[in-house]
Write a protein that binds this ligand. Structure first.
Ligand code: SF4
Length: 489
């Protein structure tokens, strides 16, 4: 299987998240008869724009369009000052979703321009953020995109000037620009307006590109920060592509790569990143060697009793809430096993009930230890269980109870998959739906985009397990309450 490393910084930055939140608030507070338009695309991402079009939010086509019944949301990149003033005169309600960092750049430009200085702006002439920024430079401005262009304009410059960068510019290039201008003009106020989010993404993309065979950058083709991520990563010499969706992946180039890096621009939604991630992981999925079906199919392996398992809880100092959680998981796993045995007896060569019970009771055996001393509780627990029971099937179920590393086939791998599924139906000691448990894990462990993606990936797999278990049991597990929301021990 390919190893895919996702950059921690992949996905929405603060400015984009804030802009979408404001747009969502506008939609939620909209009164009958009001319409919502955005001044320019709210962010540079085609999937997000499609999503909002489906909610009835369109881009403002002309400045004659807004009226008193219109809510105009200003895009994250900001808009030119004169456009804003024209909209204000229409009587429309203005909702400013300009990113605070762009806003800061606008304010700094306005302040220095008022002092009579000429703006030198290092940025892309056609970018909407740049068009907005220069509108605050009353004393005139010059925009240049690279060092070559700077050299051509240098002879025409007259002091006093000041230097600003578009928020998404490369910091190293800006430093070179600054050095050259100071050399040519002497004193020059320089505004540090490059966004840290951009810098962090670029640094991580470079570091990731150096570690992998290929780097995939996901995001809108018209997103400046995504394009530049691809540029800085390509400059490392690692092959790199910039795609908007999984369908654009260059499969011929990727198929021979073992390690792939994945990063995304600041305007790329998590769903799109997840889709690309899953697609990359599955590129060579069908040719993977299957995992040995340790399952529960070897009757010569000894299975410990429930009493014995609980004695090991004492030996390994399992804390109270983990015991309660394990009992609830065991209740769910045994309920499913009984239903599966009743509905599809032909699938089982041996009764799996006792193995399921032992694996479920022991699945978090090392959790308390790893909370205190570190380590992966599934791996540590599996090694303990192997040493204690000598039963590789139960150890395998403990090892893979967080996620299953191969193709989901509940008939072939019933024991580990029923334990992995049951674990996702229990929040603390309460039986919940998969959706509730996903929300719970995102809330508790999803502090970074990469972790949220990982959790969602696990839940996509658990949903597949659920569908297959439903066929095996003949029961709609999605809505099944397992008799009681609370534990039945
Ligand atoms: S990249 Fe930075 S400046 Fe641009 S929207 Fe995001 S937070 Fe704001």
């Amino acid at each position: 299987m390919k190893t895919v490393h996702i950059a921690k910084t992949a996905g929405f930055c603060m400015g984009v998240a804030l802009a979408l939140k404001k747009l969502d608030q506008a939609i939620a507070s909209k009164k009958d008869g009001q319409t919502i338009v955005t001044q320019g695309p709210i962010i540079h991402n085609p999937q997000i724009l499609k999503y909002y079009r489906e909610k009835g939010v369109f881009e403002c086509r002309s400045l004659d369009e807004p009226g008193p019944q219109t809510i105009v949301v200003i895009r994250a990149h900001g808009i030119p000052l004169d456009v804003q003033q024209t909209i204000e005169k229409t009587g429309a309600t203005l909702m400013d979703a300009t990113c605070p960092k762009v806003k800061k750049a606008q304010t700094l430009i306005e302040k220095h321009a008022k002092e009579g200085r000429h703006l030198l702006l290092f940025g892309e002439k056609d970018h909407p953020e740049v068009k907005g920024l220069v509108s605050y430079a009353r004393e005139g401005f010059t925009v240049f995109e690279n060092m070559e262009e700077l050299e051509t304009i240098l002879p025409t410059l007259a002091q006093p000037c000041f230097l600003v960068a578009q928020t998404t510019q490369d910091r190293a290039e800006f430093q070179a620009v600054k050095t050259r201008l100071l050399e040519a003009l002497g004193e020059l106020p320089v505004m540090d307006t490059i966004c840290t989010a951009t810098k962090q993404r670029q640094e991580e993309a470079i570091a990731l590109a150096k570690e992998v065979d290929y780097l995939v950058v996901v995001g809108g083709k018209n997103s400046g920060n995504t394009r530049r991520l691809a540029q800085v990563a390509s400059a490392t010499g690692t092959p790199c592509c910039h795609v908007e969706c999984k369908e654009e992946l260059p499969l011929d180039d990727l198929i021979d790569c073992t390690t792939i890096g994945l990063t995304a621009g600041a305007s790329t939604p998590e769903d799109v990143i997840n889709e690309v991630y899953l697609h990359l992981r599955e590129l060579d999925g069908p040719s993977l060697p299957d995992i040995p079906p340790l399952g529960i199919m070897n009757p010569s392996w000894k299975v410990p009793s429930a009493d014995q398992c609980m004695k090991w809880w004492d030996t390994y100092a399992m804390i109270e809430n983990i015991r309660l959680h394990s009992l609830a998981v065991t209740h769910v796993a045994l309920s499913i096993t009984r239903m599966a045995l009743a509905h599809s007896p032909q699938v089982f060569a041996f009764d799996p009930t006792r193995s399921v019970e032992a694996a479920a009771l022991l699945h978090d055996l090392a959790k308390a230890y790893c909370i205190y001393y570190g380590g992966n509780h599934a791996q540590v627990g599996a090694s303990w269980v192997m040493a204690l029971t000598g039963n590789p099937a139960i150890a395998q179920a403990v090892l893979h109870h967080i996620s299953w590393p191969g193709k989901v086939d509940v008939k072939r791998h019933f024991l580990p998959l029923v334990v992995a599924y049951s674990d996702k139906r229990v929040r603390h000691d309460t039986i919940v739906s998969l959706d509730d448990r996903l929300e719970d894990l995102i809330h508790r462990y999803g502090e970074t985009s990469a972790r949220r993606t990982k959790i969602r990936t696990i839940f996509q797999q658990v949903t597949t397990i659920e569908h297959q278990l439903e066929q095996l049991t003949g029961v709609s597990l999605h809505a099944y309450s397992f008799d009681s929301r609370r534990l039945v021990s």
